[in-house]
Design a protein around this ligand. Structure first.
Ligand SMILES: O=C(O)CCC(=O)C(=O)O
Ligand SMILES: [Mn+2]
Length: 202
């Protein structure tokens, strides 16, 4: 990849590209995606209570790209022309295919995503997660699995692309923490490759 910022963390493969899309294009995508997406707010069970996740989400993809997140299996919505165009551009950048995209909508700094790894079996042994950020800049923290100390943080800017691959999800967790500082909305589109096969049928 050209003009990427090397991000050297042991046992991880991370590439950060600031301004992967320029501001006018990123502004237009942000507005169109907020407007056109049928947002959902899944419920999860936390300590025996049903609570809404602190963000809105949507899952798009090829028909067979069913994906389990927030404890539920999600059928993909069909690609819109805009999402298909973004996917095309991304596949040219990565020179690898992706077949689904999870969109997270952080309405303001109160919306967040807790510590996790993207290591569901259907993502394969070395998950490819390519994450496009649009809107407000939010801090993306990384910590080693089994540790509570943040080892690295990145500011994910409007129009940036963060690619996580290789062994990253085996060894590291990430989060988007709540913050009082951010009032503006942010979208994050995480393109993924969902693998199929008998071992992943449920
Ligand atoms: O919003 C982000 O930058 C992170 C999203 C994320 O980690 C995920 O969708 O798995
Ligand atoms: Mn993630």
């Amino acid at each position: 990849m050209s003009s990427s910022q090397p991000l050297v963390l042991p046992d991880a493969e991370l590439q950060y590209l600031a301004q992967w899309v320029g501001p006018p294009q990123a502004d237009a995508w942000l507005a169109e995606l907020i407007e056109q997406t049928p947002w959902e707010q899944p419920l999860i069970t936390l300590y025996g209570r049903r609570v809404a996740v602190p963000r809105l989400v949507a899952w798009y993809g090829d028909p067979q790209a069913r994906y389990r997140y927030s404890g539920q299996r999600h059928e993909p919505l069909p690609w819109t022309p805009l999402l298909a165009a973004i996917r095309e551009r991304l596949q040219q950048e990565l020179r690898r295919p992706v077949n689904g995209v999870l969109i997270n909508y952080y309405r303001d700094g109160r919306d967040a995503m807790g510590w996790h790894s993207d290591d569901e079996p259907e993502l394969g042994r070395e998950p490819l997660v390519a994450s496009l950020s649009l809107g407000a800049t939010r801090r993306f923290d990384l910590r080693r699995k089994g540790s509570s100390r943040i080892e690295h943080s990145l500011e994910l800017e409007h129009g940036s692309l963060l690619v996580m691959s290789g062994a990253t999800q085996h060894h590291w967790q990430h989060q988007i923490a709540r913050t009082r500082k951010v009032l503006a909305p942010r979208l994050n589109l995480t393109f993924r490759m969902i693998h199929h096969g008998p071992e992943h049928e449920q």
